[in-house]
Design a protein around this ligand. Structure first.
Ligand SMILES: Cc1ncc(COP(=O)(O)O)c(C=O)c1O
Length: 418
């Protein structure tokens, strides 16, 4: 059961798509006649949902991405510019040559390779945790951690601005979930008051929408006052925050603590693919035994593991990449703000610029693209407060000239209502 706090009836409870009348009963087998009509009717409700999206300016479409693009990309999550780094792609290719294109099955069934074990040991050591478990995506890692640690009789306290994967973890967990207003440790404290039994506070370290950081120390204090655990999704912190990019949890001095678990994706700063849960060894062992997205999912692909290991090695060798991406984000923020746009001060790599409406946000992003700049566009239902934004992601490999050019384009194409 998912209880939404009245102050934040947000993304944790997105309404189901509307159904437009009875869907009809699919006819068995082939042929025409009444059976064919019934088959067409089966997805008839989708047309109504699509029309509703169109009227609200919320249609999403896939655009082709060429191998080489002349556009300047400030939409990807390749924060450190490693996804196409020759060492990283070579690391991925070598791992695929040695271990195969796929992991061939769940690691509990097909066996766990030395490649996975090494990546886990290296991630745990780098981020300052006792143990780690890699999964096929950051999404799967969050589902694993939240569901395995939020069992029956437990309580999950979830920030209203959390990423969809944490929210889905709450939805799937057997624990009761309380959604608290964004970045308010006192609200977490209050929700934990009076609860007896296992409890888990869940938060992003850096929030995807506005790029603001969670008050991790205060959240940990709130949890500790109640004997609750803290789970932090450090997807946007790994490689960007903390000493040499060790992440927000490490920066907050919480890495390795017995009541703290972190998750991260290997798909942003590490330029690869996959996810990781970091924590005490007993938590990791519990996940191996109970986390459905680990047990019933094919293990992380060898190429992704090899790419992530190489990227991690590179980050150790070139720790200045982490500081560089933060400097680029600060510069983008300063220049966009000076031009009169409403920009949230970035705590990591995400720079969020407010747009007047979903329609204008889409047009703004399209105008940027026409002018040679790719930016992200966040609209409902991906934004908890209903405010649409352009989202620029800083990259360590962005030159000062490119940063200036990006700002000029965003400012020049801004809707008059900004
Ligand atoms: C905060 C956060 N958590 C989790 C994820 C999911 O990670 P992945 O893309 O590896 O599934 C993302 C990815 O967009 C994210 O931004």
């Amino acid at each position: 059961m998912h209880q939404d706090d009245a102050a934040s009836p947000l993304l944790h409870d997105v309404p189901a798509p509307p159904h437009d009348g009875p869907a009809g009963t699919p006819a068995p087998g082939g042929g025409t006649g009444p059976g064919a009509d019934a088959r067409t009717a089966a997805f008839g409700w989708i047309d109504a949902a699509r029309e509703q999206r169109r009227r609200a300016g919320l249609v999403r479409t896939l655009r082709p991405r060429p191998v080489e693009s002349p556009l300047l990309d400030l939409a990807s999550n390749d924060y450190l510019g490693l996804a196409r780094h020759p060492e990283v792609t070579r690391g991925a290719a070598q791992a695929a040559h040695r271990w195969g294109a796929g992991a061939t099955g769940s690691r509990l069934v097909s066996g766990s390779t030395e490649l996975h074990a090494r990546l886990e040991a290296e991630l745990a050591e780098f981020c300052g945790f006792e143990a780690a478990l890699v999964l096929s995506s950051g999404y799967a890692a969050n589902l694993a951690a939240v569901t395995a640690l939020g069992g029956p009789g437990g309580l999950i306290v979830s920030d209203a601005g959390n990423h969809a994967s944490l929210i889905d973890g709450c939805r799937l967990a057997r624990a009761r979930t309380v959604v608290v207003p964004h970045a308010e440790p006192d609200a977490v404290r209050k929700s934990l008051d009076g609860h007896a039994g296992p409890a888990l506070a869940v938060t992003d370290s850096v929030f995807s929408v506005d790029g603001d950081a969670a008050p991790l120390r205060s959240l940990a204090d709130a949890c500790r006052a109640h004997g609750a655990a803290l789970l932090v999704d450090d997807a946007h912190g790994l490689g960007v925050l903390g000493d040499g990019g060790r992440g927000a949890v490490h920066a907050a001095g919480l890495a390795g603590d017995p009541d703290v678990v972190a998750t991260a994706t290997l798909s942003k700063s590490l330029g690869s693919q996959g996810g990781v849960v970091l924590g005490p060894a007993r938590v990791i062992e519990h996940l191996v035994n109970t986390a459905r997205t680990f047990i019933f999912d094919t293990g992380l692909a060898p190429a992704a593991a090899g790419g992530a290991r190489t990227a991690l090695r590179l980050l150790r060798r070139e720790p200045e990449r982490a500081a560089q991406v933060r400097a680029v984000a600060a510069e983008l923020h300063q220049r966009l703000g000076a031009a009169g746009l409403t920009v949230v001060r970035p705590d990591a790599a995400v720079v969020s610029v407010r747009a007047p409406s979903p329609e204008l946000a889409v047009r703004w992003a399209a105008d940027c693209r026409d002018a040679g700049l790719v930016v992200g566009c966040f609209r409902p239902p991906s934004v908890p407060d209903g405010i649409s934004r352009l989202r620029l992601t800083a990259r360590a490999d962005l030159s000062p000239r490119q940063a200036r050019e990006a700002v000029r384009t965003v400012v020049r194409t801004a809707p008059a209502a900004c």
